[in-house]
Design a protein around this ligand. Structure first.
Ligand code: 0WE
Length: 216
């Protein structure tokens, strides 16, 4: 939306002048169709799709999971999980040399993180969708993977109660005894998009200072 437009333009500016910035409401099939039609018109083909979008209504991330409304569940899954399926389907015709599709996940998909609630269920759907998409698109040499990131102090994290404590918890308990840097997530994305990862598909790669291996 408009609120983030300046940030997006600043970031896209670092890629040089031949960029295209388009709005996309991922809950609308017409929007993804329009985006990839414009990408096709300008560039002719596509190599990489990074899915980095999630939303659950704020009240669903505060109370108990058992109280999640049908509507909050629907919205969280539509925006955070189904959108990967819709975008992959729209991107596929442009990935004529094969391609790499990446999605961002979080540990709350596999273990209970208090208050992550319906987002954890939606991330579980996102990770499972990654595997089914990897199977379908493998014949087109399109790979589909998730990066499961440790907590990063982003704009989306700022509104989350207890987030600073979560950063401290990772510093204390992760094998590397530190938090993840944004550029480390970027470097993993670059690797997964590269030919070095040509035989990696359907995976969830943890970029979390090793936190996920711990049992206690
Ligand atoms: O996936 C996320 C959060 C994504 C997110 C953030 C918001 C905040 C504003 C989705 N929907 C909303 N809705 C809003 O209204 N993370 C991995 C970050 C996160 O969120 C948490 C976490 C962590 C970590 C929520 C509770 C507990 C832990």
């Amino acid at each position: 939306g408009e609120r983030l437009k300046d940030n997006v333009e600043e970031l896209a500016g670092t890629f040089g002048s031949d960029t295209l910035i388009l709005p996309c409401d991922v809950t609308k099939d017409e929007d993804s169709a329009r985006v990839f039609s414009e990408v096709g018109a300008k560039f002719g083909k596509l190599n990489l799709l990074l899915h980095s979008v999630a939303f659950a209504p704020k009240d669903a991330l505060e109370g108990e999971f058992v109280n999640t409304s049908r509507e909050a569940f629907r919205v969280a899954h539509d925006v955070s999980a189904y959108s990967l399926v819709a975008l992959a389907r729209a991107a596929e015709p442009l990935m004529t040399d094969g391609g790499s599709i990446l999605a961002m996940s979080y540990y709350g998909a596999e273990k209970v993180v208090p208050h992550y609630n319906v987002m954890g269920v939606a991330k579980a759907a996102l990770e499972a969708s990654t595997r089914y998409l990897a199977y379908d698109l493998g014949t087109k040499k399109i790979r589909v993977n998730c990066i499961s990131a440790g907590p990063v102090n982003t704009l989306a994290a700022r509104g989350i109660a207890g987030f600073q404590e979560m950063l401290k918890h990772y510093e204390a308990h992760a094998p590397l005894k530190r938090n993840v840097l944004p550029e480390e997530l970027g470097a993993t994305g670059t690797f997964l998009a590269s030919d070095g990862a040509a035989a990696i598909t359907g995976q969830v790669i943890y970029v979390d200072s090793g936190y996920q291996i711990m049992g206690m």
